[in-house]
Design a protein around this ligand. Structure first.
Ligand code: GUN
Ligand code: ZN
Length: 448
């Protein structure tokens, strides 16, 4: 998240011409459109039309400049004063952990053993994995999240089910099968070879299929042998543009454990660096207890940190140092990390990030935070040419938020004097209950 923030809302201008033939097969949405192309920039149109054709935004501008009446379109939805925003993006979340959200009393390592590993076991049954994947993706959509970087489980068929469910919804999803071959229950363990082979099959089946991408997914250093990390690095040769996702330096006991398991590594980040897993498509969750060298290594390799504030406070892991990340020039994503995190709502993640900043005297602005959960996260995931703003040509992945659905928020919004204040109050007080509709590739997949 880069520094603020002089906010001068600019107004969307009507874009490219739209022929009558195209309008006749298009969907038109009416509402207030808002997006955040930069951390210090907001665009707003209080009476906008958004025309969706072939899954993309074909026209966007003031209703007064729409060249045809609504009857000229195949379909029209009038959202009144509700906000139409780019779909929210989550840079780190676990598909199998919804059942353990809000589990009491443990910090990371005991939380994994007591709650999380048994929950992930359920994905060994492909029928359950299919059903849970559908529940998970529908929950993301209900929270206004249209794209996510997702941990599957160790199971190949279960992760295949997750990809299949995303494919059916035409979602842009980055996901991967978890690799872990030690320090975990036998029922969740793969081997260096079986993990490699299963990942390679999933890569060939899904990476680059429509909007899907594969992330090589070593869970975290403690649960992989050196042999497995070596093979994880080798997986990068299976295809271009593969991502890597993992966890790093979340909890002090975890950091100490990594030191004892990898005595020849300079530090935790070095474990990944050594095996070629640190690059600009690497997204490492947490990064709470990083050393100077680790910050430098992350910057030099242009790797991303997925900041997971509700998880870090819930599991007592610590406070992410936003000021340090800014000074170091390390790119960030913002993430829910459910089930360590306590909400799939990226409004809630942003509100918690604000509070984490406050506890350290660092003020994140509303514009920075809205930008982060939309185009900032798109950039962190190299997807910004496709999603993250409401520019014409972008995929029509949208969320419609109705701020009147929360009475506290409505009362607060009655008092605000600027769009910026309204945006801030909505982040702090809002959550998934504001979601009126969620659109993916021009199709409405959720409405309430
Ligand atoms: N570190 C290794 N696995 C996990 C996980 O599932 N959640 C979190 N928060 N941290 C981890
Ligand atoms: Zn996680």
């Amino acid at each position: 998240m880069t520094r603020p923030a002089k906010k001068t809302p600019t107004v969307f201008k009507a874009s490219t011409p739209l022929s009558q033939e195209v309008a006749a097969r298009a969907t038109v949405l009416f509402g207030q459109t808002i997006d955040f192309p930069e951390a210090d920039q907001v665009r707003h149109c209080s009476k906008a039309a958004l025309v969706l054709v072939d899954g993309r935004i074909a026209w966007h501008g003031p209703v007064a400049e729409l060249p045809y009446a609504r009857q000229a379109f195949a379909r029209a939805e009038d959202y009144g004063d509700a906000w139409i925003l780019p779909g929210l993006i989550d840079t780190h979340v676990h598909a199998a952990q919804m059942p353990v959200i809000a589990s009491w009393g443990e910090q990371l390592l005991d939380w994994l053993n007591r709650y999380t590993f048994p929950a992930e076991r359920r994905f060994e049954d492909p029928a359950i994995a299919r059903q849970q994947s559908n529940v998970f993706l529908d929950a993301l959509l209900a929270h206004g999240t249209t794209t996510a970087m997702v941990f599957g489980t160790v199971h190949e068929a279960g992760t295949d089910a997750l990809f299949d469910a995303a494919h059916k919804r035409q979602m842009a999803l980055i996901a991967g099968k978890v690799l872990m071959d030690r320090n975990c229950p036998d029922y969740l363990s793969d081997t260096a070879d079986s993990g490699f082979d299963a990942s390679a099959r999933l890569i060939h089946r899904w990476h680059g299929t429509d909007r899907l991408h594969y992330a090589i997914t070593p869970r975290f250093a403690p649960t992989s042998t050196e042999a497995q990390l070596e093979r994880a690095g080798a997986l990068h040769r299976e295809a271009d543009g593969l991502y890597m996702q993992t966890h790093v330096s979340e909890n002090q006991d975890e950091v100490n454990w990594v030191q004892s398991l990898f005595p020849n590594s300079r530090d935790y980040v070095d474990v990944y660096q050594h095996y070629g897993l640190l690059h600009d498509r690497a997204v490492l969750a947490h990064g709470i207890h990083l050393t100077d060298r680790e910050w430098s290594a992350l910057r030099e390799h242009q790797s991303r940190i997925a900041v997971c504030p509700t998880s870090n406070t819930f599991l007592g892991s610590g406070l992410f140092d936003f000021a340090r990340a800014e000074r170091e020039g390390v790119a960030l994503g913002l993430a829910s990390d459910v089930g360590g995190g306590t909400s799939l709502s990226q409004l809630v993640s942003a509100a918690e990030a604000y509070k984490v900043g406050q506890l350290q005297g660092y003020k994140l602005t509303a514009n920075q935070l809205w930008h982060q959960v939309t185009s900032g996260n798109a950039r962190a995931l190299h997807l910004d040419s496709q999603i993250g703003t409401l520019d014409t040509g972008k995929m029509a992945d949208l969320v419609v938020l109705d701020t009147t659905r929360n009475t506290n928020l409505s009362a607060r919004l009655a008092q605000v004097e600027s769009l910026d204040e309204a945006l801030f109050a909505t982040l702090i007080l809002g959550d998934e209950r504001l979601t009126r509709a969620t659109w993916v590739a021009g199709e409405r997949l959720y409405h309430q």
